[in-house]
Design a protein around this ligand. Structure first.
Ligand code: ADP
Ligand code: GLC
Length: 480
């Protein structure tokens, strides 16, 4: 029997993406299909999304959704079964999903994502004829009011799951918006959305959900501590076994070095030497000098969370040690500036592209020798998984999902032939440089590096195991 699931997310690959959330929201439904779950995904109708999916079929209408008319369009896009919330007064505007063209938060984000959640709750309770989901799965703060709206309704409701992709983003707004959310006064409480005198979207969702998941077992532990909990650790500790950590997978068809149309030459774990064509191509693309040394790469939001100030500060040290660097990313202007300055100092050893470029990210994973991910915290992280899949050795800090997905090349692991990367701690420049040196020594060894590459490429980074865990969790919830 097929069980139906409504997933609610503010970004979904390949339609709109600012980070890993989109990759997960786009890939998990396909993996769950293999376990007998039919997932429909509700997402906002941003201009780019509507342009790409077309008009579809109107599945339901709202006469007034936070200040204007709205419709939900039912469309298929590739293998995704989408419900697109077309609410022009909220989503038809320039800029990114969350920010204006100048990079500031849209001032009405509180209404835009309360609307997404309210529409989610309506769909969960039968607003679309013939669709009554058994499970509603809301991702991050943007969808977290969905279970709150459901909890206060007196109609029957499906079971609810909220997934925390990053506790740093909580959706906190001043109390003045509360009256416009259409929630009963009783939700202005510790068990509701009230959060230190503000309205907390994620906070409310965590309370209301039947189960809360996060994207790795280690992050599920870290967020129970005051340092990792970002103000919510008390609430999270109170969840007990209603909080579960399930590591993300990746779409191994989109990310497959054997068939990737973006890269210069296809290769696999059986032919890792063919990677060298991609390395040469990368040197060409970034104007790097050709030599026998390694290329280490960064593909990331350039932020404090990602620890990329550490790499920016260590550029000269790394170059001095014969390491060339390729950086693709955007974010913090100070870090962007530091990388551009490093490029100016070492134009043929440090290549920098400020911006977001999906296909370039594939070429980097295929051509660089290692990918640097010195995150200060990392709920899961997907770039290390892409690195493993492409034989681009991850050099990562010992936090969150990085610690759960990479096997450090220590003596035991290399002797046993199971190492897949380099793990270091703490997230600080000296440890980073030391880790880079350790990677360089392994690289110079040739054979040990190649063994590690093959091991990395053979690691199972697909959704297979984790989709099963979500499937079991859904089934247990339905049974309860
Ligand atoms: P987060 O979601 O915290 O940014 P993840 O590692 O989970 O971190 O996911 C980041 C995703 O965004 C990956 O798919 C990565 O390849 C992609 N990405 C980040 N920055 C860029 C960029 N500048 N160009 C292309 N892809 C990028
Ligand atoms: C968030 C996290 C990242 C995670 C992604 C997908 O953006 O920062 O670690 O991989 O969500 O779950």
């Amino acid at each position: 029997m097929t069980t139906s699931v409504l997933s609610v997310a503010s970004e979904v690959f390949p339609l709109i993406k600012t980070g890993g959330l989109a990759d997960v929201a786009g890939a998990l439904p396909l993996a769950l299909a293999e376990h007998g779950f039919a997932v429909r995904t509700l997402m906002p109708g941003y201009p780019d999304v509507l342009k790409r999916v077309g008009r579809g079929k109107i599945a339901c209408r709202f006469a007034n959704l936070f200040g204007g008319k709205a419709e939900i369009l039912a469309v298929r896009y590739g293998e995704l079964d989408l419900l697109v919330l077309d609410a022009p007064h909220l989503f038809d505007r320039p800029g990114g999903p969350y920010v204006t063209p100048a990079g500031y938060d849209h001032p009405d984000n509180w209404a835009r994502f309360a609307a997404l959640s309210k529409a989610g709750a309506a769909v969960a309770q039968g607003a679309i004829a013939g669709f009554s989901p058994d499970i509603v799965h809301a991702h991050d703060w943007q969808a977290a009011l969905t279970p709150v709206y459901l909890a206060v309704s007196n109609k029957p409701r499906p079971r609810t799951v909220v997934t925390i992709h990053n506790l740093a983003f909580q959706g906190n707004y001043p109390s003045s918006i509360f009256a416009d959310l259409g929630l009963p006064a009783t939700t202005w409480s510790i068990e509701g959305v009230e959060y230190y005198g503000n309205v907390g979207y994620l906070k409310g969702g965590l309370h209301a959900a039947d189960v809360v998941t996060t994207v790795s077992p280690t992050y599920a532990e870290e967020i129970l501590t005051p340092e990792g909990g970002m103000g919510l650790d008390g609430l999270l500790r109170g969840l007990g076994d209603r909080l579960v950590g399930i590591v993300n997978g990746i779409d191994v068809e989109v990310w497959d070095p054997q068939s990737d149309p973006a890269i210069a030459k296809a290769y696999s774990a059986r032919s890792p030497k063919a990677r060298s064509h991609n390395k040469r191509a990368l040197e060409g693309e970034f104007g790097l000098r050709r030599d026998d040394g390694p290329i280490f790469a960064v593909v990331s939001r350039l932020t404090w969370q990602k620890g990329l100030d550490l790499v920016a500060n260590a550029c000269d040290d790394l170059v001095e040690r014969g390491i060339r660097l390729v950086v693709v990313g955007s974010g913090d202007q100070m870090i962007e500036g530091q990388f551009l300055a490093a490029h100016a100092r070492h134009p043929d050893r440090v290549g920098v592209r400020i911006g977001y470029d999906e296909t370039l990210s594939h070429r980097v994973q295929a051509g660089a020798d290692a990918i640097l991910i010195p995150s200060r915290f990392e709920p899961c992280g997907l770039t290390q998984l892409y690195g493993l899949r492409y034989g681009c050795i991850p050099i990562v800090t010992k936090v969150g999902g990085l610690a759960d997905t990479v096997i450090d090349a220590n003596y035991a692991a290399t002797s046993a032939g199971v190492a897949t990367g380099i793990i270091f701690s703490p997230p600080a420049a000296p440890a980073l440089v030391e880790a880079a040196e350790r990677a360089h020594r392994l690289y110079d060894d040739g054979k040990r590096w190649r063994d590690m590459q093959i091991c990395a490429m053979n690691a199972d980074v697909s959704w297979r195991a984790s989709a099963r865990l979500y499937a079991d969790l859904y089934r247990d919830l339905i049974k309860e």
